[in-house]
Each structure stands twice: as structure tokens, then as C-alpha cells.
Design a protein around this ligand. Structure first.
Ligand SMILES: Cc1ncc(COP(=O)(O)O)c(C=O)c1O
Length: 358
């Protein structure tokens, strides 16, 4: 019998609940309005010639580097942040090495690290999901070769100060430190400018969230040029498709569109949080385009009841420290108004207020 590697056999398949997602999609932190019309127009203008050719990543990497104020040697376009994580794990993790992550967090760090045969060391976030800096430092060992931190974090929405992450990178020069800024646009703070000088620091960004391009699969990994050259050795030259590369410059240029969307999301996030408070539900103030709320034992019913009303949200009950929690993506003002109206009804219907107060 053909056997997969032991590390792979030990993995649990990660199956995000993607089937039958019709309605208001507030379950995957995607944009609720989609990409800019300029991007769509560019997409419609593409021809067979473009599709016949292998995609050429380099010219677009130059444009992205210039947009970010970085050297092109620091920038690798990837098939979403997922591929960036995968590449970092392939480049730096030997079997038996340790990958440090703060949980709860994005699932793919552990999956890709385990697939390399590394041991994943999980450090629990502190009270209210604050960053466990000291616990993390306490877990550093000579075998620590990767530290992955989402900032802001998913699914909690918590953010950690850049200085803390820089100290961590300094304390672990033998480890690749990934700061995953998938939700950067909703937070506004970044460590990207430090990636040239700090050899073991990497910053990832995605076009799947604020830019509304999750379906195109495009992300960015930045780091110090010599380290990025190592990562390029394991990267497929064609992992970013021609369509994504063709529209990316347009997406970057239409910052007005992104800015307008982000302003709406940040304002709606505030309104949603106020509403959750008024409903007597515990939530964690978020720096991203989603809010984590504690529903309690009725979490699955709550998700079902919203689904029945045409709104998809994500049950996070099984994440460490998230018992009874549900994650709500924040979209435009209109989408958030729709969510709030249904939240009020469902909270009443399930008697949530009473449960929280009891
Ligand atoms: C923290 C974090 N990183 C990365 C991703 C995935 O990004 P991409 O679509 O670019 O692979 C997500 C998606 O939910 C995320 O929450």
C-alpha cells in the first residue's frame, strides 16, 4: 500500500464550511461588496493570449514593491497568504523543529508546520486574548525555527504592539518570525518597513479581505532580500495566475475604493460592538473586519437561526478559549444594519440576554 509521510498522516484535514454559501456572507471575513469596478473592467478586457502564456510575476512584483516602498528583492507575490505560510515552513522547518504559535489563531500555521514534520508549540493567549509575550519568550528554544503571529489576530480581532513583535524577533534570531497582516487595512499599523533590516522578520499581506479578491488567490510575502532569495528557491514560478497578476496593479491603484470600504467597515464595527454590548453579549473589541462574540451554549442554534434569515456567520466554538463563541464579519453600513436587525430578533428568540445575565 502506498503510504503518505507520517507527518501528513498525523494531520487532521482542514475543511472550512464552504458548501452552499448563499446569502449575506459574514463567515469568512471576505469583502461584502467585492473588488473595485476598475478591477472588474480590467478583468473583462483580458484576452486568450494572456491565458495562453505562463504568468510573469516579476514586473508586478516591482509595482507592488514600489507601492509598498520596498526593494523588489524583498517582495514575493504568492497564491494567497496561505502559500506564503507554506513557503516559510518549507524553507525554515526541518523535521523535529519547533513552530511557535499563539492560540486561538488562523489554522494554516499549524497545518503547514506539522506537514514539514515540525512540532507545533501552542501558547495560549492571556486574559481577553491579549498577547502572551512572556509565555512566548519562555517557550523559545534552540529548536524554535518559526514563530507565526496574525496581527490583528483571527478569530479574536486582538492586536499586539509592533514593538513587542520586534522584541520577539530579536530574542529569536534563529527563527523566522512571520507577522501576518492579512487584516492590515482595517488596523492601519504595520511592521513592513522593518523587513529590510531585520533578517528574520517577514510580513505577509493579502488581497482576499479589504480588496475583495479572495477568489483570485493573491498575497504578498516580504522580508530581507537574502532570505527572500532562499524562499524563491522553493516557490513555483507560476503559483500566481495570469489573471490575478493582470488585475493587481489596477487593484492597488484604486486606493479610493479600498479607503471608502475600510471607512465603512471600521464605522460599522463600532456600531456592531455597541449593539452587542446593548444586547448583553460579551464581545472582544476588534482591530479587523470581524468581531468575536460569546453566545454561550446556544452558539450552534444562533448560527442556524441567522442562516435561516439569510446571514452566514462562523461558529468558533472549537477554537481554544472560544467556547460558545461566534465570529461575525463586518461589511458595509447596509450589511451591518441587516445583521443587527437579525441579531436583535435571534437574541430575543433564543433568550440569549437571559443566559448571559444568569
Ligand atoms: C490571519 C489570516 N491569514 C491568512 C488568511 C488567508 O489569506 P489568503 O486568502 O491570502 O490565503 C486568513 C484568512 O482568513 C487569515 O485570517
Amino acid at each position: 500500500m502506498l503510504e503518505a509521510r507520517t507527518a501528513v498522516k498525523n494531520l487532521h484535514a482542514y475543511r472550512p464550511p464552504l458548501a452552499g454559501r448563499s446569502g449575506l456572507r459574514l463567515d469568512f471575513n471576505e469583502s461584502t461588496v467585492g473588488c473595485s469596478p476598475r478591477v472588474l473592467a480590467r478583468l473583462r478586457s483580458l484576452d486568450a493570449e494572456l491565458l495562453a502564456r505562463y504568468p510573469e510575476r516579476e514586473p508586478v512584483e516591482k509595482e507592488v514593491a514600489s507601492f509598498l516602498g520596498l526593494d523588489p528583492a524583498q517582495v514575493l507575490l504568492t497564491n494567497g497568504v496561505d502559500e506564503a505560510i507554506h513557503l516559510l515552513c518549507s524553507t525554515y522547518l526541518n523535521p523535529g523543529d519547533e513552530a511557535l504559535i499563539v492560540v486561538p489563531t488562523f489554522a494554516m500555521y499549524a497545518i503547514f508546520a506539522q506537514a514539514e514534520g515540525a512540532r507545533v508549540v501552542e501558547v495560549r493567549a492571556r486574559e481577553n486574548f491579549t498577547f502572551p509575550e512572556r509565555d512566548l519568550l519562555g517557550q523559545l528554544s534552540p529548536r524554535t525555527r518559526l514563530i507565526a503571529v496574525a496581527n490583528p489576530n483571527n478569530p479574536t480581532g486582538a492586536a499586539v504592539a509592533g514593538d513587542v513583535l520586534l522584541q520577539l524577533a530579536q530574542a529569536a534570531p534563529h527563527a523566522a518570525v512571520l507577522v501576518d497582516e492579512a487584516y492590515f487595512e482595517f488596523h492601519g499599523k504595520t511592521l513592513i518597513d522593518h523587513t529590510r533590516a531585520i533578517e528574520n522578520l517577514f510580513v505577509a499581506r493579502t488581497f482576499s479581505k479589504a480588496y475583495g479578491l479572495a477568489g483570485l488567490r493573491i498575497g504578498i510575502l516580504t522580508g530581507e532580500p537574502q532570505q527572500m532569495a532562499m524562499i524563491r528557491r522553493v516557490a513555483s514560478p507560476y503559483s500566481v495566475n495570469a489573471v490575478a497578476l493582470a488585475v493587481l496593479p489596477e487593484a492597488l491603484q484604486d486606493q479610493e475604493y479600498i479607503g471608502r470600504y475600510v471607512v465603512q467597515v471600521v464605522g460599522s464595527r463600532e456600531k456592531l460592538q455597541q449593539e452587542l454590548g446593548a444586547l448583553g453579549l460579551h464581545y472582544w473589541p476588534s482591530h479587523a473586519n470581524f468581531v468575536l462574540v460569546r453566545i454561550g451554549s446556544a452558539h450552534a442554534e444562533f448560527v442556524r437561526a441567522l442562516r435561516d434569515r439569510g446571514i452566514l456567520v462562523r461558529d468558533r466554538n472549537y477554537d481554544p478559549g472560544c467556547e460558545g463563541c461566534v465570529r461575525l464579519t463586518v461589511g458595509t453600513d447596509e450589511h451591518t444594519r441587516t445583521l443587527i436587525a437579525s441579531l436583535r430578533l435571534v437574541a430575543e428568540q433564543l433568550g440569549l440576554r437571559n443566559e448571559v445575565r444568569a
